[in-house]
Ligand binder design. Structure first.
Ligand code: GNR
Ligand code: NI
Length: 182
């Protein structure tokens, strides 16, 4: 399994609108495996294909993954695959959640989103499913579906907050890709 490089804002790749998956091929299965490997190493709880440069309507989520690439006492892995996900309906109730994004590294801000969403998608074997989704899965799924539409969580913030995050990102990079240097 390959660990793929993750694109970061302001790379225009992240602004592409992803295209529907037409056929579930062995290559797509490999991409899914690579996306999980990449997400676990990052680490993150979700990853959209466009974040690794593939403009397809495909995303993976594992809410059980806190900060390690191994199973631990916190629980076992719960890998979920969403192919061609569509939000059919959302509740009128919105909840704030302090979001982060692997494509906006180390920056966090509260985003308001509907607390429940009725979603239709295909599993990795092609099975079509439709369910009301809630809680952290609803937050994460809406964040990932935004990626498929070229939207980042910072787009939901005020211009002032977004500019502050972009400035901090530039500064963090200038101060030496701290993560790798440290
Ligand atoms: O790892 C991630 N954590 C997260 C936290 C709150 C809301 C959304 C997310 S998704 C993010 C990984 C990512 O960037 N997915 O696109
Ligand atoms: Ni993200």
């Amino acid at each position: 399994m390959a660990i793929l490089p993750i694109y970061e804002t302001p790379d225009p790749v992240l602004r592409q609108i992803s295209s529907p998956v037409e056929e579930i091929t062995p290559e797509l299965q490999t991409l899914i495996d690579d996306m999980f490997a990449t997400m676990y190493v990052a680490p993150g709880i979700g990853l959209a294909a466009i974040q690794v440069g593939v403009p397809k309507r495909l995303l993976v989520i594992d809410l059980q993954e806190p900060e390690s690439d191994e199973e631990d006492a916190e629980g076992v892995k719960d890998p979920r695959v969403f192919i061609n996900p569509e939000i059919l309906e959302t509740s009128d109730v919105t909840v704030p959640y302090n979001e982060g994004c692997l494509s906006v590294p180390d920056q966090y801000a509260e985003v308001l989103r509907p607390d429940r969403a009725r979603v239709r998608w295909q599993e990795r074997d092609g099975t079509v499913r439709e369910e009301w989704i809630e809680g952290l899965l609803a937050v994460c799924l809406q964040h990932e579906i935004d990626h498929l539409n070229g939207i980042l969580f910072i787009d939901h913030l005020s211009r002032l907050k977004r500019d502050m995050i972009m400035k901090k990102l530039v500064k963090a990079r200038r101060d030496g890709g701290a993560k790798k240097a440290a």
